[in-house]
Ligand binder design. Structure first.
Ligand SMILES: NC(=O)c1ccc[n+]([C@@H]2O[C@H](COP(=O)([O-])OP(=O)(O)OC[C@H]3O[C@@H](n4cnc5c(N)ncnc54)[C@H](O)[C@@H]3O)[C@@H](O)[C@H]2O)c1
Length: 249
């Protein structure tokens, strides 16, 4: 185990079956948190990682873009763990779309998964955090917002929404002991990154970064763990760019 900064905490990580979400779940468990994973698919491997770290785990198969399924999953998690302290809104689709070919249903789908889901999950779990006077919400954004990259209009719009949502919610929840922050990773070699970003684009990103290697799933774990710890109690509404030093803020 790392420092037990998260002992006694219960975390929900969306999209935790693979990629960033799996690494985040394992990182939180390594610091002492129990973890519920909400994903379209059963997160058996992540459950293995979390239990190997000595924490409790549960995989709840959920489409986070469906309000009914999110409500059901929230009930199941609260029944199982009795509380939720930390919500990591990580699940999302990396979407590369030529603007001229993009229809409205595609635009809506990307927003439903990347942005609307974060609202639905915060609505379900912020009440439980408010009851305990302590909570941490971390939303995964993207460094694409701050760089020039083609064919990302719906994706960047959804991630811009994530940053705005983070700022607004941080203000509305600050009085209840709940902080809300975002993390902006770079193009990374997660399973989704490798499926949807070309090897050339991954290499280009590495070249543009100050730290000249392709990002991995593990590269944002430390940032998420910091933001969900007591150490970050006076930080809210921020987007921490964790991208090897490409986007400068
Ligand atoms: N990999 C990158 O290059 C990169 C860069 C910046 C930001 N991000 C963001 O990081 C987050 C995670 O990306 P990743 O690279 O780990 O992707 P990934 O595709 O490797 O993993 C995403 C996980 O989310 C799940 N998921 C997708 N849609 C879902 C839904 N509707 N309901 C529940 N679960 C769903 C998938 O089943 C999968 O397990 C996303 O929000 C993505 O936009 C990724």
């Amino acid at each position: 185990m790392n420092h037990p900064t998260h002992a006694g905490r219960v975390a929900v990580v969306t999209g935790g079956a693979r990629g960033f979400g799996r690494a985040i779940a394992a990182g939180l468990a390594g610091r002492g948190a129990d973890v519920a994973i909400l994903d379209l698919v059963d997160a058996a491997e992540t459950v293995g990682d979390v239990t190997a770290a000595g924490a409790k785990a549960s995989s709840v198969v959920t489409d986070i873009s469906d309000p009914e399924q999110v409500a059901q999953a929230a009930r199941a998690v609260l029944d199982m763990f009795g509380k939720v302290d930390i919500l990591v809104n990580n699940a999302g689709v990396i979407a590369v779309n030529d603007f001229w070919e993009t229809d409205y249903p595609t635009w809506r789908r990307i927003h439903a998964i990347n942005l609307d889901s974060q609202f639905l999950l915060a609505k379900e779990f912020a009440g439980a955090m408010r009851e305990n006077g302590w909570g941490r919400i971390v939303n995964i954004a993207s460094n694409t917002l701050g760089v020039v990259a083609p064919q990302l209009t719906p994706y960047m719009a959804s991630k811009g929404g994530v940053v705005g949502f983070t700022r607004g919610l941080a203000t509305d929840l600050a009085g209840y002991g709940i902080t809300v922050n975002a993390v902006a990773p770079t193009a990374s070699s997660t399973p989704g990154g490798k499926e949807l970003i070309s090897p050339e684009a991954l290499e280009y990103s590495a070249r543009m970064q100050a730290i000249k290697r392709v990002g991995t799933a593990d590269d944002i774990v430390g940032t998420v763990c910091f933001l969900t710890s007591d150490d970050a109690a006076f930080m809210t509404g921020q987007t921490l760019v964790t991208d090897g030093g490409w986007m400068r803020v």
